[in-house]
Design a protein around this ligand. Structure first.
Ligand SMILES: Cc1cc2nc3c(=O)[nH]c(=O)nc-3n(C[C@H](O)[C@H](O)[C@H](O)COP(=O)(O)OP(=O)(O)OC[C@H]3O[C@@H](n4cnc5c(N)ncnc54)[C@H](O)[C@@H]3O)c2cc1C
Length: 490
């Protein structure tokens, strides 16, 4: 075992993944977590016979999880099981059109053609292009720190560099999608991928048109025991490797000497460390333990991603017209994003996402029942999000469900809990409930993500969804890989 001691602030997915990687390397790792459980934004509610995943619901790139779970010692085969979804998402539109995003691209192309008239090769060419962009850029922009960009670019295959030069990063996601597709519905389906980093398709760069490659070429998956099982297996793996977790322990200050961090202050206790890693929301980090640090430009400028209002509804009935992932699209997507990012208001006709894990994990709801996770995106509201806003949001959601699904959900709800921007902030430390830290609504933000290593203190590192390479489970796992590599290079 190495003698160096590492403290990690926060047990979100990036924090636990970093802990596993570094413990496997022989470091002595302690994770300090202010809540009473691990997982951060990835949480669960278990009440009245229902279980709900409270945060992420879509699982892609499972090989990143497998790699982590197999570090040093193989996990037992029953520990983490997941299945590939045959239908990735069911989309509903105001004009009555219903589209299944079938896992096999050929089937999906057939479905799009049958429902919208879109030529089949449009989708197949689009997905090929997404694959090419991903394969050419992933090493440069995702699995390595940006400050090594030039060095890596020199080693990158000429064919990959050639592909990168064909991307016009100044073109928006929506404009690029309009180039590839004729059908408004198909364009809306692929514009939605901007919300995977809490941004607007009318503002974010077309570089992000590589995201559908993950879902539609590689696949969308679901853990057999639900999303929170990801946290449970990672936590167990970390414990097995000797990681110490201290819950109900809030870090309030960093101890520094010259250009080094020497430890942290947590619950009035001083804890010494050779290396400190923050997995906190980066805005929260600079307002509390890192309050004396120089704020980088991206933090000062603060351009937050969307937040959400989520209703967790226990339904006393099952609804065969719904699948695991369901999207009820707004009629005017551009107006919806304009309300979200420019006017910062609730949009009366929101896009509603309904996620029902009990479709795959029957134990998540009592017999004959379903567990509905019903989410709309909202601006990262502060104190102005009061009860009146919440009632309005619920009213808008129920109207949308009635219109598009012909279901009045109200009489079937036997359990209800709700998450708002304020509760997301309280429960996971997400600043103003922003799901992904800063948004990627301009080209600089794609390249101005907070770095994984501090420019001020050489033994201070950052992981998680609000720093490079970005939000979502796969990118958090990638950020842990980068932190590990950077620490090993010290
Ligand atoms: C509603 C919702 C839906 C989402 N959907 C998806 C999805 O479908 N697919 C996907 O891939 N991603 C999704 N995401 C994003 C994904 O959940 C996040 O990117 C990821 O979980 C963030 O992990 P993290 O490592 O940044 O840590 P976080 O989850 O942000 O956790 C940070 C941890 O730090 C702790 N902490 C904060 N301050 C302190 C302190 N001072 N001292 C000690 N501990 C502290 C917090 O309590 C928390 O546990 C979603 C997120 C949300 C909220």
């Amino acid at each position: 075992m190495k003698s160096q001691k590492i403290l990690i602030i926060g047990s979100g997915i990036g924090g636990i993944a970093s802990a596993i990687r570094l413990a496997a390397r022989g470091y002595q790792v302690t994770v300090l977590e202010k809540m009473e459980r691990p997982g951060g934004k990835m949480g669960q509610i278990k009440e009245s016979g229902f279980r709900f995943d409270t945060g992420p619901s879509l699982f892609t790139l499972p090989h990143l999880m497998n790699e982590l779970l197999h570090l040093n010692s193989p996990i037992e085969s029953h520990d983490f099981k997941y299945k590939k979804l045959e239908n990735i998402c069911r989309y509903f539109f105001e004009d009555g059109t219903e589209i299944n995003a079938l896992a096999n691209p050929l089937d999906f192309a057939g479905e799009l053609h049958a429902k919208t008239g879109e030529k089949e090769d449009h989708l197949l060419n689009y997905l090929n292009r997404a694959k090419t962009i991903f394969n050419s850029t992933a090493d440069l922009f995702i699995f390595n720190p940006l400050h090594r960009f030039l060095r890596l670019a020199m080693k990158t295959k000429p064919s990959h560099l050639k592909n990168i030069f064909t991307i016009n990063p100044l073109r928006t996601m929506h404009r690029e999608n309009k180039k590839w597709f004729r059908s408004k519905h198909v364009i809306q389906i692929f514009d939605r991928f901007a919300t995977y980093h809490g941004s607007s398709p009318y503002l974010t760069s077309s570089i992000y048109n590589m995201i559908p490659h993950l879902e539609h070429n590689i696949g969308a998956f679901f853990p057999e025991k639900g999303m929170y099982n990801i946290v449970e297996v990672l936590y167990r793996k970390a414990i097995k490797l000797g990681v110490e977790f201290r819950f109900n322990t809030e870090v309030t200050d960093l101890l520094t000497q010259g250009t080094k961090v020497t430890g942290v202050k947590a619950e009035n206790e001083i804890l010494k460390a050779d290396i400190v890693i923050s997995d906190m929301d980066i805005h929260m980090f600079y307002s509390s333990p890192g309050k004396r640090l120089k704020k980088p430009q991206a933090i000062k400028k603060r351009s937050l991603s969307s937040s959400a209002v989520i209703f967790y509804w226990g339904m006393k009935k099952q609804f065969p017209q719904l699948d695991l992932h369901n999207i009820l699209f707004s009629k005017n997507y551009q107006d919806e994003f304009d309300a979200l990012f420019n006017r910062q208001e609730l949009w009366p006709d929101p896009t509603v996402y309904i996620f029902i894990s009990s479709k795959i994990v029957p134990a998540d709801a009592p017999e004959g029942c379903e567990n509905w996770f019903v989410m709309i995106n909202v601006p990262p509201f502060g104190a102005e999000f009061n009860r009146e806003y919440l009632l309005k949001a619920k009213h808008n959601i129920i109207n949308k469900i009635k219109r598009l699904l012909n279901i009045d959900p109200s009489p079937h709800i036997v359990f209800e809990k709700v998450a708002t921007p304020a509760t997301l902030e309280a429960n996971s430390g997400a600043f103003r409930g922003a799901l992904y830290g800063n948004n990627a609504n301009n080209i600089q933000s794609a390249f101005l993500k907070h770095q994984n290593r501090s420019s001020q203190y050489k033994n201070l590192f950052f992981t998680g969804g609000t720093v490079h390479p970005g939000g979502g489970i796969p990118l958090c796992l990638a950020s842990a890989q980068i932190v590990e590599k950077e620490i090993e290079r010290m």
